[in-house]
Design a protein around this ligand. Structure first.
Ligand code: URA
Length: 418
C-alpha cells in the first residue's frame, strides 16, 4: 500500500478502506508519511468529504494512535462535555461541571489550551487562578473525581498523538473546516478520555467553524453516530455563536463571571450565558441520570439556587491547589472605555471581531508559544437588544500592554447598532 494509491482512489470518488485509513494515520503519526502527502490527502478530504464509514474508521485509527484513559476505577456514569470551538466568551465548562458534580454525577474532564480567536481554553482560564494545578497524575485525577466528583486536567502527553500532528498540519493547510476531520478529531479525543457519556455543544455562527445551521446539524449528526457506534451515550446541542457569550472575554475575567453566575450574582453576567449553561447542564444530567428534560432542568436550577453548585466550584478549585479568594478581577496597567458611535439598539455583536480584539489585548494566543496576559480582556457593557446613545460606553478593554486604536475600532465595528 502507498499514499499514491490512496490519492487515486479518492480522486475517483471511491471510498478508502479501514486498512487504508489506518495505514495513513499510523504512517503520519510515526513519521513515515511526509507532511506533503498528508496535506494532499487532507485537502482531498476537505474538498470531497468522507462517507460515514470512512469517518468512523478515521476516528478509530486516531484513538488507536495513543493511550486510552481507563476510568473504570471511578464509580458511576462519567460524563463529559465538549464545545466544537469558536466560542468567544465561552465559559460554559466552568459553570456546568460544578453543577453536575453538585448533583452527584462524576465529571472527569480533560481540556485543552486555546489557540486563535477563541482566546484561552478552559485550561488557560483555570490556570489564571493563583495556585491552580492542571497537570495531575492519573492517580490524583481519579482520586479527585472519586472524592469531589470533579477533576479537570490538561490533556496528557500521549492521548491521540495523531490528532496533535494532524491538527497542526490542518491549521496551516486550510483544512480545519471539514466536517469529517472535525468530527474525527473531537470524537477520538473524547472517546480516548474515557467518559461514558458526552454532551456536544456545537457552535454555529460568525465566530464558529460551522457558519450555518445545516452544517452544524451535519457535524452534530456525524459526531453522535460515531459516539454511539463506540458504545457512548451522546447528545448534541447546537448553539448560536454569532454573538459572544456572557459579558466577559478573557481568561481571569471569564472565571470571575462563571463564579458570579454560580453564586447567584446574576447582575455580573448575562441571561444568554445563564440559559446556555442551564441547557447544557440539563442535557448532561439527563444522559447521566436517565431523567427527563423537566426533571433535569429543575435539578440544575435547584443546585444553582441553594448554593451547592457554588460550594462545589470552591471545593474543586481548592482540591486542585487554587486560591478561591484570588477569583477577583485584577486591575490592569491599561483600561479603555469604548463608546458607541451612533444611537439605536444593538442588533448584533460580531463574535469573530471581539475574539480577534481579545487576542490583540493578550487574552489569546496567535502561536503555540505566545504568552497569555491572564488579566487582559473585554467587558461587554452593551449586549444584543440593549439601547445605546452616541458616546455611551459599550465595552471596557483591559490589558497590561498599551491598547492600540485598531483594537478599539475593532470593538466599535463589532457592534451593529440599528
Ligand atoms: N476542535 C478540535 O478538537 N478539533 C477540530 O478539528 C476542531 C475543533
Amino acid at each position: 500500500m502507498n499514499m499514491v494509491q490512496l490519492f487515486e482512489k479518492k480522486k475517483q470518488g471511491l471510498e478508502l478502506s479501514q486498512a487504508e485509513i489506518q495505514y495513513f494515520v499510523e504512517g503520519y503519526t510515526t513519521g513515515s508519511i511526509p507532511d506533503y502527502q498528508a496535506s494532499s490527502l487532507l485537502m482531498a478530504i476537505r474538498l470531497l468529504g468522507m462517507s460515514d464509514d470512512e469517518t468512523f474508521y478515521l476516528t478509530k485509527a486516531m484513538i488507536e494512535s495513543g493511550d486510552v484513559i481507563d476510568l473504570t476505577s471511578i464509580e458511576g456514569f462519567k460524563i463529559d462535555k465538549h464545545s466544537t470551538g469558536g466560542g468567544v466568551g465561552d465559559k460554559v465548562t466552568l459553570v456546568v461541571t460544578p453543577i453536575i458534580a453538585a448533583l452527584g454525577i462524576p465529571v472527569a474532564k480533560f481540556s485543552g489550551k486555546g489557540l486563535g480567536i477563541t482566546g484561552g481554553g478552559t485550561i488557560d482560564k483555570l490556570e489564571s487562578i493563583q495556585g491552580f494545578k492542571t497537570e495531575l497524575s492519573s492517580q490524583e485525577f481519579i482520586d479527585n473525581v472519586n472524592q469531589h466528583k470533579i477533576a479537570v486536567a490538561g490533556q496528557t502527553g500521549n492521548l491521540v498523538p495523531a490528532d496533535k500532528k494532524l491538527y497542526a498540519l490542518r491549521d496551516v493547510t486550510g483544512t480545519v473546516d471539514s466536517i469529517p476531520l472535525i468530527a474525527a478529531s473531537i470524537m477520538s479525543k473524547k472517546i480516548a478520555s474515557g467518559a461514558d457519556g458526552i454532551v456536544l455543544d456545537v457552535k454555529c455562527g460568525s465566530g464558529a467553524f460551522m457558519k450555518t445551521q445545516e452544517e452544524a446539524q451535519r457535524l452534530a449528526d456525524t459526531m453522535t453516530a460515531i459516539g454511539e457506534k463506540l458504545g457512548r451515550k451522546v447528545i448534541a446541542h447546537i448553539s448560536d455563536m454569532d454573538n459572544p457569550l456572557g459579558k466577559m472575554i478573557g481568561n481571569k475575567l471569564e472565571v470571575v463571571e462563571a463564579y458570579a453566575l454560580l453564586s447567584g450574582r446574576l447582575e455580573e453576567t448575562h441571561e444568554d450565558l445563564v440559559d446556555e449553561c442551564v441547557v447544557i447542564a440539563s442535557l448532561m444530567y439527563q444522559i447521566a441520570a436517565g431523567v427527563n428534560e423537566a426533571e433535569a432542568t429543575a435539578a440544575v436550577k435547584g443546585v444553582l439556587a441553594d448554593g451547592s453548585a457554588a460550594a462545589k466550584f470552591e471545593e474543586f478549585i481548592v482540591a486542585q491547589g487554587g486560591v478561591v479568594s484570588d477569583i477577583v478581577q485584577n486591575d490592569t496597567a491599561h483600561k479603555v472605555a469604548v463608546t458607541a458611535v451612533s444611537e439605536g439598539t444593538v442588533e448584533t455583536i460580531n463574535a469573530l471581531l471581539v475574539g480577534e480584539a481579545s487576542v490583540s489585548l493578550g487574552a489569546g494566543r496567535l502561536t503555540k508559544e505566545s504568552k497569555l496576559d491572564y488579566d487582559a480582556g473585554i467587558q461587554l457593557i452593551a449586549k444584543k437588544g440593549d439601547h445605546v446613545t452616541n458616546g455611551d460606553t459599550i465595552a471596557y478593554l483591559y490589558s497590561n500592554q498599551p491598547i492600540d486604536e485598531e483594537t478599539i475600532n475593532k470593538i466599535q465595528q463589532a457592534y451593529t447598532i440599528a
